[in-house]
Design a protein around this ligand. Structure first.
Ligand code: ADP
Ligand code: GN1
Ligand code: MG
Length: 374
């Protein structure tokens, strides 16, 4: 009898795999991808004839998601809605959105002995997931995220749960940072005085988009809220973005944040944890490529005010993410997965360098939006 390979002989992964009825001989599971939040594995099965069949198995992070059942309800609602839209447009729903494989007892997810929730999705083959952008790739990803937003236009927002409380509430992120700083439970605050000052100098900025929302200038929409380049799968043949993944934070939010988070991650040529800050530079050409693609994908769906605030979305998503990395560093690295001790501090520093660059080029960023907002 075949004994599947299980990473680190993890008894939980073995337990979870038993909950599913795989279509062919289960060869095993390997850790997969570069997400910071969930436990992701690629599961491989070998039929008697033909190519191996792969699946993505994910254990949802308990640190990030306190109500995983609600999250899964969102997942089912969003993917079913997208499925209908994709079919109506003549597309392939098995490639253009995620879908769930049910457990042996017909459930959408499996809850392990520790209460952690796991889900299984078919692996979308003939696709790539990128960590760094080229202009063409970035523009393609922008069209895909812009289209995703447009596709979700009619989604009943009131049916969605808030999977992470105040996720892109930058004012609240600031308040959490001040709290972590005051507690300084790891004794790390003194060594990060420069980063602390950088944040404190920008306290007022944290309110810019939220104030525009409160004033009724920016509309609340259903947004993805985690629009990193590596949350899109790109078709290996056409080089177009085919599927938006990582739907765990899709909930009511601001379009400018979806725009901004993509810029934060992709409009530069360095890794998110690059130690040499001289290599970390905001690239206005990549920003322009993304802006062009996003506005094309959104197909006229954005209001005047949203267009006006797009550059703020970029600045604030980058600032907010830096604040979150710094807060996690101060609190002892409980949220973002780290691979070495100072990684969250390195991540925070790249974000602040990018914020600094965007501040210097803010007028140019507005001019780029104006150029394509016709
Ligand atoms: P995290 O929340 O930890 O970022 P993701 O849902 O983004 O988790 O998944 C992590 C990685 O797994 C992705 O960046 C991608 O490389 C890969 N991945 C996830 N789902 C699929 C899928 N259905 N098909 C192919 N690759 C996938
Ligand atoms: C996390 O899950 P992942 O790796 O795609 C995080 C984002 C951050 C990002 C920083 C649920 O994204 O909010 O911007 O790391 N996701 C969650 O790289 O917190
Ligand atoms: Mg991800």
């Amino acid at each position: 009898m075949n004994t599947p390979y299980i990473p680190e002989n993890d008894p939980i992964v073995a337990e979870v795999l038993k909950a599913y009825d795989f279509p062919a001989t289960l060869l095993g599971a390997v850790r997969y991808g570069q997400g910071h939040i969930n436990d992701t594995f690629c599961v491989i099965c070998q039929p008697q004839e033909g190519d191996a069949v792969r699946f993505i198995l994910q254990g949802l992070s308990s640190a990030a998601f306190p109500h995983p059942e609600e999250l899964m309800e969102n997942f089912v609602g969003i993917t079913s809605f997208l499925r209908e839209k994709i079919i109506a447009a003549g597309g392939d729903p098995m490639r253009e959105t995620l879908s769930l494989v049910k457990t042996r007892d017909g459930k959408d997810f499996y809850t392990d002995a520790n209460g952690k929730v796991w889900r299984l999705t078919p692996f979308i083959e003939n696709s790539d997931c990128f960590q760094k952008a080229t202009p063409e790739l970035f523009e393609a990803s922008a069209r895909t995220f812009g289209r995703f937003q447009k596709l979700l236009d009619g989604f009943p927002a009131e049916t969605l749960h808030e999977t992470i409380y105040k996720f892109h509430d930058t004012e609240n992120r600031y308040a959490n940072f001040e709290k972590a700083l005051a507690e300084d439970k790891m004794g790390r605050a003194a060594a990060v005085a420069a980063e602390v000052k950088f944040v404190q100098d920008r306290k007022a900025d944290c309110s810019v988009c939220l104030q525009a929302l409160r004033d009724g200038k920016l509309p609340l929409r259903v947004t993805h809220n985690d629009t990193k380049l590596n949350n899109i799968l790109v078709d290996r043949t056409t080089h177009e973005g085919i599927c938006v993944i990582d739907l765990d934070t899709t909930m009511p939010g601001l379009s400018v944040n979806d725009f901004g988070d993509s810029i934060r991650f992709g409009a530069n040529h360095s890794a998110e944890d690059e130690k040499d800050l001289s290599k970390v530079n905001f690239d206005i050409e990549l920003y322009e490529a993304f802006t062009r693609g996003f506005l094309e994908g959104a197909a006229g769906g954005l209001t005047e005010a949203e267009l006006e605030y797009l550059p703020w979305g970029a600045r604030l998503m980058t600032l907010e993410c830096g604040i979150r990395f710094l807060t996690d560093y101060l609190e002892g690295d409980n949220y973002f997965r780290i691979h070495y001790p100072e990684q969250n501090l390195d991540r925070c520093r790249t974000q602040f360098k990018l914020v600094h660059d965007m501040e210097q080029q803010f007028d140019a960023m507005h001019a780029v939006v104006a150029k394509y907002a016709k």
